[in-house]
Design a protein around this ligand. Structure first.
Ligand code: FES
Length: 103
């Protein structure tokens, strides 16, 4: 079974200060907008399962709403513990006013 593109949102739903949480094939994925670019990464914090898309955006980072772990949005890299590890990223694209994620 190959990876497929899934339509997950209207482009206008993903705002710079308001990432979107979507579920594709049982995977919780956070969709972020940084300037003109979209990013998609694992939405469940590896530490204790908070939704990172409900956290705080600061520049190109997101801080977990529960215990302040911090992740770099363009790379998924864990920048501050207790994140524990880097986040899985997903290919994402905008086409015809819609957002698609490859899962
Ligand atoms: S659940 Fe994210 S830092 Fe604890």
């Amino acid at each position: 079974m190959g990876e497929e593109w899934h339509r997950v949102a209207d482009a206008a739903e993903v705002q710079e200060d308001a990432p979107l949480s979507v579920t594709v094939d049982g995977n919780s994925i956070g969709i972020y907008r940084l300037g003109d670019d979209l990013h998609a990464m694992e939405d469940i914090c590896p530490h204790a399962y908070a939704l990172l898309s409900e956290g705080f955006i600061d520049g190109d980072t997101v801080e977990c709403p529960l215990h302040e772990a911090q992740f770099h949005i363009p790379s998924g890299r864990c920048l501050r513990e207790p994140g524990g590890r880097d986040l899985k990223r997903y290919p994402v694209k905008q086409e015809g006013g819609a957002v698609y994620v490859q899962v």
